[in-house]
Design a protein around this ligand. Structure first.
Ligand SMILES: Cc1ncc(COP(=O)(O)O)c(C=O)c1O
Length: 784
């Protein structure tokens, strides 16, 4: 949506490079006659040439008078008064005041899902509470009825009718996604309003002035309102201009004396309004819009039939039409799943249609999976065909490989030179969680582990070449943390069950290093705050979000409890190594053990676990550049349990070891440089791995992935690629720990900070046992 345009001609917009786009959004319907319509330009030129005054309040405007007269003449029913305004929302505000002023009644009804604008009064009428989030409280005296349900309205009015001043309705709910009510709905609403003395206010701000193939959409139903609201197209695509038309019996002279708006009734704007009405009422433009609309809808229906995996439904009337997309489902790859949960799928598709087909379509504000196709009424048949051919071609690409075409179209592969910025490049809207049985009680934060990880969780991006991949990761790293997906329900042996959400930070360890600890740390804070806004009690930190949050310390106290998952990770890695040693008849007492990355939380816990078993020797290997003091302190503490503990910064120390547990945060295969003896058991807990494919391919070593847990239910998957590319029902222990704590309802910080007690490991292993979480079968994936 970051395109800018330098020219507008009819249905076409032109950007600075000269690229032409067919405008099938028409600024939410504000462009009935297209950009820079000749009759609009003529009206303005004539006004300027004649030095006509635009602003003459409090006196009468010549063209304002004429436009008011013409509007009430053209409007259905017996509307007699006109209040000019500068926007749709202001028109709604005027109507709210009028219906209350005249009736003395307070209550105003509108429909669920309706849209009437975003000023505070208009928001109170609007039936989409998400727009009022955080700006309340809204004014009292507003109620809702279901849209399209005349029986519900009848029941509501039977009870409350005497208190109701007005019913506000859109003949078709445009912003919600072009929702057309049943055929007799408006007529019954009319009859009910008349019966109860209630004003029927029809908001035709989007549907009016030819959009649906009649001058006003209510004319299709033969219904006349008491108040009719118009705006958008009235200003000819040039001026902000609206009008609230009112029947005599709902007019109030008190209102007329007290209401004003400085810029309303701009005389030049009103001259344009007259030209618009002239264009709409002579030459058959409305009739043509109806004809073109029928052709448009027929083609959309045909597209839906040909691409059922892309299009869920189509609907509309005249040149107000919508395509309801199939949002990416549970089987979708990570990127589209993220886009969908951030409510951006329709935006991504609209961006794709723009880039691939040079056609601009409009995401619906109120439905994250709907795009509107609503070109200017004057669009030529050829251009309409061209737009539909473009949509057709994009649907074909979406059906084939939606992720690939979207990623290529939204500029995700152009991100080569993006600088490490202090803040993410975009702000994401609040996420949309698909409804499930139970609300999520935990969140788990993940990030990209390495470039191969992408193949597992986003198979549709396998075709990216290495340069494209690099650019994709650059792009993803610029996005704020968001919701990746909902988790499957995990059921414990005890019968308890929990649901969660997976949050994602689109960063590789390399990108984290590039962006720096402050920026990454802030992103992790944002993720935890997002989790808090979703109402979860606990956030599990995955992968490098542990070191980048100072082992969780940087994000405690923000609402949800925090776990690093380190306790169970260390416990399960230890258990996996022990099992393998047993298989080999290798007693731990006899074993020479090395812990690589012993300074880290998991490494430290592993060192403690092994020391407790008093191995023959234990060597703590640490990064020579940091941590010497910590390692020495750890050595001294462990030496109380077991004699032969040493510290080394040299991988040569691994030469004589039987068991090597590796848990560095090096983000590179450090074990490549180690002289591992034949027969060594290597437990690799690090992600990215410490053992490269080359080390894993050695047949004289046994290399297993440590820290993996088998969940109680077989076949359980956390989406495409099962989150970490692991077999179904196997998960990393840090996620398993998060789930266990959620199952127990233990909303406390666990494994946070440097010193994690061994008792915590024992507690986690006991919880795992109680809930049926077992050590996973060893994974010896040489191919990694
Ligand atoms: C039906 C309806 N009413 C009111 C409005 C608000 O108009 P504005 O954005 O000019 O305030 C809109 C805008 O989309 C609308 O579609």
């Amino acid at each position: 949506m970051s395109r800018t345009f330098v020219r507008g001609e009819g249905a076409w917009l032109v950007d600075a490079t000269g690229r032409r786009f067919l405008d099938c959004g028409a600024q939410y319907g504000a462009l009935a006659l297209g950009h820079n319509a000749p009759c609009v330009q003529q009206a303005v030129r004539a006004a300027l040439d004649a030095a006509e005054p635009a602003m003459v309040q409090p006196y009468r405007g010549l063209h304002a008078d004429a436009l008011a007269r013409r509007l009430v003449e053209l409007a259905p029913g017996h509307l007699t008064h006109c209040v000019f305004t500068n926007s749709g929302a202001e028109t709604v505000e005027a109507a709210i005041k009028l219906v209350r002023a005249r009736s003395g009644r307070e209550l105003i009804l509108s429909a669920h899902g309706s849209f009437h604008g975003k000023t505070t009064g208009a928001l109170a009428v609007t039936g989409q509470p998400q727009y009022a989030a955080g700006v309340g409280p809204l004014a009292p005296g507003f109620g809702r009825v279901p849209f399209g349900d005349a029986d519900a309205l009848e029941a509501c009015l039977a009870h409350d009718g005497a208190r109701v001043a007005a019913l506000f309705l859109e003949p078709i709910q445009g912003e919600r996604g072009v929702i057309v009510p049943p055929p007799d709905y408006l007529a019954r609403a009319r009859e009910l309003c008349t019966r109860h003395g209630i004003a029927l206010v029809l908001d035709e701000i989007q549907t009016g002035l030819g959009r649906t193939g009649a001058l006003f959409a209510c004319e299709h139903e033969g219904v006349a309102p008491d108040l009719l609201l118009i705006a958008k197209a009235l200003g000819g695509g040039l001026f902000p201009l609206g009008a609230c038309l009112v029947a005599d019996e709902f007019w109030d002279s008190g209102f007329a004396l007290r209401h004003s708006s400085t810029f309303a009734n701009n005389n030049v704007a009103c001259r344009v309004g007259l030209a618009v009405l002239e264009a709409l009422t002579t030459g058959g433009l409305c009739r043509e819009a109806a004809r073109k609309g029928e052709a448009l809808l027929a083609r959309l229906v045909e597209l839906a039939a040909r691409y059922p995996e892309v299009i869920a439904a189509t609907r509309g009337r005249g040149l107000l039409t919508a395509i309801e997309l199939h949002p990416p489902g549970d089987e979708a790859g990570a990127f589209l799943s993220f886009v969908r949960h951030q409510g951006l799928y329709a935006y991504a598709v609209a961006a794709t249609v723009a880039e691939r087909a040079s056609v601009l379509v409009l995401p619906a504000l109120g439905d994250a999976s709907v795009i509107r196709v609503m070109p200017p009424l004057m669009i030529g048949d050829d251009d309409l065909e061209r737009a539909l051919d473009g949509l057709d071609a994009v649907c074909a690409r979406l059906a084939e490989n939606a992720t690939d075409v979207i990623v290529r179209s939204i500029g995700a592969l152009d991100a080569e030179g993006v600088a490490a910025e202090a803040e993410p490049a975009v702000v994401l809207p609040p996420p949309i969680l698909p409804a499930r049985g139970t609300a999520p009680s935990y969140a788990f934060l993940v990030h990209y582990i390495d470039t191969e990880h992408l193949d597992a969780i986003d198979p549709e991006l396998r075709g990216l070449d290495p340069a494209e991949r690099a650019r994709f990761f650059r792009f993803a790293a610029q996005l704020p943390a968001g919701v990746l997906r909902r988790t499957p329900t995990v059921r414990s042996l005890t019968g308890a069950s929990v649901d969660g959400v997976i949050l994602a930070l689109g960063m590789l360890p390399d990108e984290m290093a590039r962006l720096g600890a402050r920026r990454v740390g802030r992103e992790i804070e944002r993720a935890v705050d997002l989790a808090a806004s979703l109402g979860v009690g606990l956030v599990g930190l995955g992968g490098y979000t542990v070191p980048y949050s100072r082992r969780g310390l940087g994000v405690t106290g923000r609402g949800p409890a925090i776990t690093t998952g380190n306790a169970l990770t260390a416990g399960m890695a230890f258990a996996a190594t022990l099992r393998l040693a047993k298989d080999r008849d290798l007693a731990l007492r006899e074993a020479r053990v090395a812990i690589v990355g012993a300074r880290g939380s998991v490494g430290t816990l592993c060192a403690r676990l092994f020391a407790r078993e008093r191995p023959r020797s234990l060597v703590l290997v640490g990064n020579p550049e940091s941590g010497g003091v910590h390692l020495e302190r750890l050595r001294q503490a462990l030496a109380r349990d077991t004699g032969a503990v040493s510290v080394s910064s040299d991988l040569a120390a691994l030469a004589g070891c039987d068991i090597v547990v590796s848990a560095t945060a090096a983000a590179r295969p450090v074990l490549d440089e180690a002289p591992l003896a034949s027969g060594t058991i290597v437990c690799d807990i690090a992600r990215p791995y410490d053992a490269s494919p080359r080390v894993r391919a050695r047949t004289d070593l046994t290399v297993i992935d440590g820290g993996l847990v088998a969940l109680p239910e077989p076949g359980l998957s956390f989406g495409t690629g099962n989150l970490m590319g692991l077999p179904a029902s196997v998960q990393v222990a840090c996620l398993a720990e998060t789930i266990l704590l959620a199952l127990e309802g233990e909303w406390r910080d666990v494994g946070v900070g440097r010193d994690v007690e061994l008792a915590e490991v024992d507690h986690m292993l006991a919880l795992a046992d109680r809930h049926g979480f077992r050590l996973a079968e060893p994974i010896r994936a040489a191919a990694r």
